[in-house]
Write a protein that binds this ligand. Structure first.
Ligand code: FES
Length: 176
């Protein structure tokens, strides 16, 4: 679950800066899906694919465009963890808390990431570099505990290695 829909002052600013071209593309999608049954989830997926996240202004537009109550649109977004109302960082860090990883120290790895990044699950670092989320089994249980950073699966992760792992991504970003 991604939890409650959060909106803060920074979000409001970002929402106002969504470009007209993106909004008109969204309107085209809404026109295409308006009369189709079960349109809400596909439209939310397309909108998130286009924009990267689902700010309130977009949810309101989808609500009006599909003729659905805003509470229903926001409820679906809050229910499914793959939807996010907050912009994600450059790198998405996901910690596996599936059974195998949990019993082999996944929770300690998550705590080390929270400490190192200074954020909680579902948040993004103020510099926009990392977002932190949890997952359930990345298919590498034999090498637990695992984390994913973007598309990389890192295995047998130790809390003491977290800073070094993140530094590799930080250094790569500086070099780009
Ligand atoms: S439980 Fe973590 S990879 Fe399977």
């Amino acid at each position: 679950m991604s939890g409650a829909i959060k909106t803060d002052a920074a979000d409001e600013t970002r929402e106002k800066t969504l470009d007209p071209e993106t909004l008109s593309r969204l309107d085209e999608v809404l026109g295409e899906y308006r009369s189709k049954p079960g349109a809400l989830i596909p439209v939310l997926q397309i909108a998130q694919g286009m924009i990267g996240y689902l700010p309130e202004v977009v949810l309101k537009r989808i609500s009006v465009g599909l003729g659905k109550p805003y509470s229903e649109v926001a409820g679906v977004v809050g229910f499914y963890s793959f939807f996010t109302t907050m912009p994600r960082g450059t790198h998405l860090v996901r910690v596996c808390l599936g059974t195998a990883c949990y019993v082999r120290g996944g929770k300690q790895v998550l705590d080390a990431l929270k400490d190192e990044l200074g954020i909680d699950v579902g948040e993004t670092t103020p510099d926009g570099e990392f977002s932190l989320e949890v997952g359930r089994c990345f298919g590498a249980c034999g090498l637990a505990p695992t984390i994913m950073i973007d598309d990389d699966v890192l295995q047998r992760v130790k809390p003491s290695r977290i800073r070094g792992i993140l530094d590799v991504y930080r250094e790569n970003d500086k070099g780009e």
